[in-house]
Ligand binder design. Structure first.
Ligand SMILES: O=P(O)(O)OC[C@H]1O[C@H](OP(=O)(O)OP(=O)(O)O)[C@H](O)[C@@H]1O
Ligand SMILES: O=C(O)c1cc(=O)[nH]c(=O)[nH]1
Length: 212
């Protein structure tokens, strides 16, 4: 399957399981604090065995293609944990996951599971908006002495701010699908009305300042 076909297939699956929600009148609040007329809830894909497996296969294939030397998979908490564990299991690799911050009780860990200094790690994230969550996880792994090879994710909105942040911090990344492809597939399936499509395109130009 070519990259473009895979991006279309994954976008189509996300729409079919209703992982993509639109609410222009009552915007969603994102992790970054941005308001958005759209929310892509990849967690829903876990409830659909065929979709979950197709995503696992796509992510695992990317890990093997780009970073065959990988020693360990790390999931970004929380939405990246389940898919990360599935990918690690499929590739017969160790697994750990990274919290956004150290736990406030118990062991006080930010990284859960074992990771050794010098190990080559690939992060699994569900979705990239600004990239802040992925970068935080990469930083925690680097602080622990790991060699972060890169990150794979299901979906990206393709914002410049994310690519710039990743480039600055030297984090290579690969995603199965993206916003542009999602809109094309949504149009084909009549998933969005014309006025919703206009809102989605307008929002995409300046998401940080939309509807504030
Ligand atoms: O690229 P960013 O701007 O950081 O946004 C993307 C992050 O936001 C979501 O996580 P959320 O913080 O909602 O938490 P969850 O994974 O625990 O559901 C998503 O799962 C990504 O981790
Ligand atoms: O940026 C976010 O918080 C975010 C956006 C989105 O579409 N889906 C999601 O799970 N998180």
């Amino acid at each position: 399957m070519t990259q473009a076909t895979l991006a279309q297939t994954v976008a189509s699956m996300l729409l079919d399981v209703k992982a993509v929600r639109l609410s222009p009148d009552k915007p969603f609040k994102w992790a970054s604090g941005w308001n958005s007329p759209i929310y892509c809830d990849n967690r829903i894909t876990l409830s659909h065995a065929k979709v979950r497996t197709a995503i696992r296969d796509g992510l695992a294939a990317a890990v093997k293609a780009y970073w065959p030397e990988v020693d360990i998979i790390a999931g970004v908490a929380t939405a990246g944990i389940a898919q990360g564990a599935l990918v690690a299991d499929f590739l017969d690799l160790p697994f750990c996951y990274v919290r956004p911050e150290p736990k406030k009780h118990g062991m006080g860990n930010q990284i859960e599971g074992e990771i050794k200094a010098g190990q080559k790690v690939v992060l699994v994230e569900d979705l990239v908006s600004t990239g802040g969550s992925s970068l935080k996880a990469a930083e925690a792994l680097r602080d622990a002495g790991a060699n972060v090879l890169g990150m794979v994710a299901i979906f990206t909105y393709g914002f410049n701010v994310a690519s710039q942040n990743f480039a600055e911090k030297g984090l290579k990344f690969y995603t199965l699908s993206d916003y542009e492809t999602l809109l094309e597939e949504a149009k084909k399936k009549n998933y969005v009305t014309e006025s919703q499509m206009i809102t989605l395109q307008e929002w995409r130009h300046d998401p940080a300042n939309w509807n504030i």
